[in-house]
Design a binder for this molecule. Structure first.
Ligand code: SAM
Length: 260
């Protein structure tokens, strides 16, 4: 055990993934994150990890009419979407946790003017079941899924006891269920952005690879034009040791082909 009580298997797992980079990456995650001030379209600024804005940029909401944020609380990315969406657009923000949904409502109420609020609907569904009820409806879907959140574990070692490779696999399965449901809800021609704050490819590229394998004919990856962070097979990952403290954030975009 290290002095912060980290379980050796946590370090071993990430050393296997990152090799000699792991110690520096862990140190960068233990430092204060780099916050940015979100202001566009808001009544007052909201502060969030600067890397969180990249998945929203990739969503490209300016021309979209119907937008769905499947896992929205506490609401940083929802505010960024609301600040960039067009005057006719509607945004549905969903979160299954009632406690986190209350915080989401408060964040929206405090930061958005009544016109934007009137075009936002807050819902309380299990995102992994969304596709059973709505199909081919949204121009843009954001699936910012629950994940291992290793930065949080490094900063709050008391939560490390909850970490295990099996939990990573479980979260990856849950993430896939949410991603697949979001893809079903996406209109042909629409764009879905999948994002996590996880380090492991199991929760990142491998989840996208599964979607492409299972929905191959209807689905194609879109590579982002951004140069921030590091390219992965299907998206980009922004890691704090090489991005001035931003991240971790992984994001990847997929489009639904017109014929579906
Ligand atoms: C990474 S956080 C979302 C952060 C948020 N997008 C933001 O930018 O502020 C993941 C959220 O997913 C919610 N969640 C977990 N499982 C869910 C499910 N099956 N359906 C809907 N929401 C879920 C959690 O309550 C949590 O608020």
């Amino acid at each position: 055990m290290s002095k912060k009580g980290r379980r050796p298997d946590f370090d071993t797992y990430y050393q296997d993934l990152f090799g000699s980079r792991w110690e520096g990456l862990k140190k960068a995650m233990d430092a204060d994150p780099r916050y940015t001030e979100l202001q566009q379209g808001l009544l007052k600024p909201y502060y969030l990890d600067a890397a969180s804005l990249f998945p929203v940029q990739a969503l490209n909401v300016e021309q979209a009419k119907n937008i769905l944020d499947l896992c929205a609380a506490p609401g940083g990315k929802a505010l960024a979407i609301a600040g960039n969406m067009g005057p006719e657009a509607n945004l549905t923000v969903n979160d299954r946790s009632s406690q986190r949904r209350s915080r989401l409502r408060r964040v929206l109420d405090e930061h958005l003017a009544s016109d934007a609020l009137s075009r936002i609907t807050v819902t309380a569904h299990d995102a992994s079941r969304w596709g059973l009820y709505e199909q081919n409806l949204y121009d843009r879907v954001l699936a910012d899924v629950p994940c291992s959140s290793e930065r949080h574990l490094v900063k709050e070692p008391k939560h490390l006891k909850d970490w295990s490779p099996a939990r990573t696999r479980h979260l990856a399965m849950q993430a896939y269920a949410i991603l697949a449901a979001g893809f079903t809800a996406l209109k042909p021609g629409g764009i879905l952005v999948y994002s996590t704050c996880a380090l492991s490819p199991k929760e990142n590229d491998e989840v996208i690879a599964k979607l492409l394998k299972r929905r191959g004919d209807s689905c194609r990856p879109i590579m982002t034009g951004s140069e921030t962070g590091e390219a992965t097979e299907y998206g980009r990952i922004i890691l704090p040791d090489r991005a001035n403290g931003m991240g971790p954030i992984y994001y990847a975009s997929v489009a639904k082909n017109e014929a579906f």
